[in-house]
Design a protein around this ligand. Structure first.
Ligand SMILES: Cc1ncc(COP(=O)(O)O)c(C=O)c1O
Length: 410
């Protein structure tokens, strides 16, 4: 069912902010999404009436907090089609990837083993693997996109081999918008005996992410990119892998018994959640997933695709704009990176900001991709469920202003 975007926008207080004297056109949802009142209220309600330290007390509020926290875990599990024991709360996607890299990776990699990544990985799914490769003697290999910003199957077939022990790949690139065929890659990688880590930070707000149909061994995402709070992220791990893994951090809440010289550890998922957890973040994330499900991911994606098509059509009319990403809608999400001839991306974003249009500029935490594309940086507009065609028009109008202000006729 399509939704009324103007009605939906009323749920997001931040969208009514005035930016530099203009109505805000918030086109930076790939960096972080704004939060609906439903999420803000759920967090406030928790803090007002249910806050305690979960798992540790028997009193009313400790029990209420435990129920809120474990209820949020069940909600997340349902959203990605996992079981609650397979959902570990982390600080964000980055922390979840570090957990996999340093717990699973360090214990399972040997010299000569290979870790295969895509060249478009976010640094969060790249730098931890570099460190793990250093520690273990494993080698990093990259899958390269073609000139249409798609991943040729030959790259997958020839690079993921029986030497590959880990394939870590984003479901959707935060720069190119490319949606990678994760299920097919996972099927191939599994045949070679590799474990598959999926970085779903960019796909979870837009696509149905089902860990079973993606055949993911591990999958991560962040709450703040799916209309939830900052400071909460998710690691999904296949139960039998999590059982075999050592804890990543040690301390309170993750133990079973502690003696003077040694300890035993709690079962999963608590084994991986040392210290007092971010209960309000988990509660807010659960409310965000309720909100997304309430609108329906299919309706959200359809709406965002309409905006993406509109933006791509308008940008393609400008001969001095280069788009870094696939043209075909079936292969991309609502993230559009672009260059404006003769204009540095930071100048582009700064001038657009003065028009109230919020876009991101820089290397987008994907420097190896920038080197591969032979560009220093790009500007990036990204859409969320609350964006409108009028904001696409504001985007295009502001790009014209950029060219004018920097001394070009148009
Ligand atoms: C594809 C991708 N992976 C991982 C991350 C890291 O997310 P966080 O900073 O929330 O840990 C991002 C953030 O932009 C991302 O786009």
């Amino acid at each position: 069912m399509p939704f009324d975007v103007n009605q939906v926008r009323l749920d997001f207080p931040a969208l009514s902010v005035e930016a530099n004297g203009h109505p805000l056109a918030y086109l930076d949802s790939a960096a972080t999404t704004q939060k609906p009142v439903q999420v803000l209220d759920a967090v406030a309600r928790y803090n007002e009436a249910s806050h305690g330290n979960p798992h540790r007390g028997v009193h009313y509020l400790a029990v209420a907090a435990t129920q809120a926290y474990e209820g949020a875990r069940e909600r997340v599990a349902r959203f990605i089609n996992a079981s609650p024991q397979e959902v570990i709360f982390t600080r964000n996607a980055t922390a979840a990837l570090n957990l996999v890299a340093f717990s699973y990776g360090v214990a399972n990699l040997r010299p000569g083993d290979e870790i295969v990544l895509c060249i478009s990985e976010h640094h969060s799914n790249l730098v931890p693997w570099q460190q793990v490769a250093r520690l273990t003697g494993a080698t990093l290999k990259y899958l390269y996109v073609d000139e249409a910003y798609r991943l040729p199957w030959d790259e997958v077939r020839t690079k993921i081999t029986s030497n590959t022990k880990i394939t870590a790949i984003a479901h959707m690139s935060n720069v190119l918008g490319t949606i990678y065929p994760v299920a097919e890659i996972a099927a191939w990688a599994h045949r070679q005996g590799a474990v598959v880590v999926v970085d779903a930070a960019q796909s979870v707000p837009h696509l149905t992410v089902d860990v079973e149909s993606l055949d993911a061994d591990f999958l991560v995402f962040s709450g703040h990119k799916v209309y939830g709070p900052t400071g909460i992220g998710v690691l999904y791990g296949r139960a039998e892998l999590l059982e075999r893994m050592a804890p990543y951090q040690y301390g309170g809440d993750m133990i079973e018994y502690v003696e003077e010289q040694s300890s035993t550890f709690a079962p999963v998922p608590q084994k991986f959640e040392a210290g007092t957890p971010n209960v309000e973040g988990a509660v807010g994330l659960a409310a965000a997933l309720d909100y997304v499900d309430g609108l329906g991911l299919e309706s959200i994606l359809r709406h965002e695709q309409e905006l993406t098509v509109y933006a791509l059509e308008e940008l393609k009319k400008l001969p001095w704009v280069t788009i870094y990403g696939p043209q075909d809608l079936s292969e991309r999400g609502p993230v559009i990176s672009f260059g404006v001839e003769g204009c540095h991306p930071h100048d582009v974003a700064t001038i657009m900001d003065s028009c109230g249009v919020a876009v991101r500029a820089g290397h987008h935490c994907a420097q190896p991709l920038m080197h591969y594309l032979k560009i220093p940086a790009s500007s990036r507009a990204s859409f969320g469920l609350y964006n409108t065609p009028a904001e696409v028009e504001a985007l295009v109008d502001s790009i014209f202003k950029v060219r004018k202000w920097l001394g070009y006729g148009s």
